[in-house]
Ligand binder design. Structure first.
Ligand code: GTP
Ligand code: NA
Ligand code: MG
Length: 290
């Protein structure tokens, strides 16, 4: 099949940056002004990721903060889930130690960066200084002839946030993010938790379309999906590529970074799970004997 003929999918974005530079404020602003917030009355429950539907009809999927730990855990396990990193730098504080760390993470994972120069509403804001400090860290911004886009924003007033969203969707189109909604479901476990309703996992669908009744295997556990919930806690019927969703009904609690793959039937799921569990037990025994 021709990649260029597959439908586009939403980009998966991780927000990174120094402490208190405004990551959460920017995400909250996007959530509160998105189409979904209007539809759902702005209720947000925490799941490991959420999707922002834009006025253009496009969507962006954000991995929730705190991003660094999750990003590193996943990457250590070989899960390259992020398409784009938005690096938040406060315009009054400029590049700080965790900014440098975030740049290193993004570069070693070879994930392209968009810089959000935040707190532009503050009188002390100095976006030119931020650009110069970034250049010293090897980030060549567009204004200085480089390729990295910067967008001046305020998570507080909302100034520039639509421009940031547009920069993300434009870059996603250039990078040509596509996936097949008709293939077997493949995804990543972003996080696993145990609730009153049982063991649940936030799954980011990479390809295929996940539906109630589908059977998923992740690590040494599996589920026949009883229900799917979006980040507003609402039941959804199906979830396509690039979208996060909460999946219930797991035998054991899935682990962040595990791959979630659709199985043919319960028998196959149980078999794969058993083999993996035995393998884990053998490895543990070998370790214990060392
Ligand atoms: P951590 O998650 O702790 O690393 O912080 P964060 O990067 O998520 O920053 P957060 O959104 O919590 O913002 C830190 C402080 O900066 C809060 O008091 C915000 O109200 C303030 N803040 C964030 N964005 C802006 C902005 O654009 N303008 C102004 N004036 N204040 C902002
Ligand atoms: Na904070
Ligand atoms: Mg935060």
């Amino acid at each position: 099949e021709d990649y260029a003929e597959l439908p586009q999918r939403p980009p998966v974005v991780t927000i990174m940056g120094h402490v208190d530079h405004g990551k959460t404020t920017i995400l909250d602003y996007m959530r509160s002004t998105s189409v979904a917030a209007g539809e759902f009355g702005g209720i947000t429950q925490h799941i490991g990721a959420f999707s922002v539907p834009l006025a253009s009809g496009k969507k962006i999927t954000f991995l929730d903060t705190p991003g660094h730990a999750a990003f590193e855990t996943m990457r250590a396990r070989g899960a390259n889930v992020t398409d784009i990193v938005v690096l938040v730098v406060a315009a009054d504080d400029s590049v700080m130690p965790q900014t440098v760390e975030a740049i290193k993470h993004a570069q070693s994972a070879q994930v392209p960066i968009i810089v959000a120069i935040n707190k532009i509403d503050k009188p002390q804001a100095d976006p030119e200084r931020v650009k110069q400090d970034l250049a010293r860290q090897g980030i060549e911004v567009e204004d200085f002839g480089g390729e990295v886009q910067t967008v001046n924003v305020s998570g507080k007033t909302g100034q520039g946030i639509p421009d940031l969203e547009e920069a993300i969707t434009t870059l996603s189109e250039i990078l040509d993010h596509r996936a097949d909604p008709l293939s077997r479901v493949e995804g990543w476990v972003l996080e696993g938790t145990t609730k009153k309703s049982g063991k649940v996992a936030t799954v980011l669908v990479r390809t295929g379309t996940l539906r109630q009744g589908d059977i998923l295997v992740a690590g040494n556990t599996w589920t026949r999906v009883r229900s799917l919930h979006n980040e507003a806690g609402l039941v959804v019927k199906e979830v396509g590529p690039g979208m996060p969703v909460e999946v219930d009904g797991w035998r054991e609690q899935p682990i962040a970074g595990d791959e979630a793959l659709q199985a043919e039937d319960e028998q196959q799921a149980a078999q794969v799970t058993e083999l993996r569990t035995e393998k884990i037990e053998r490895e543990q025994m070998a370790k214990d004997m060392e």
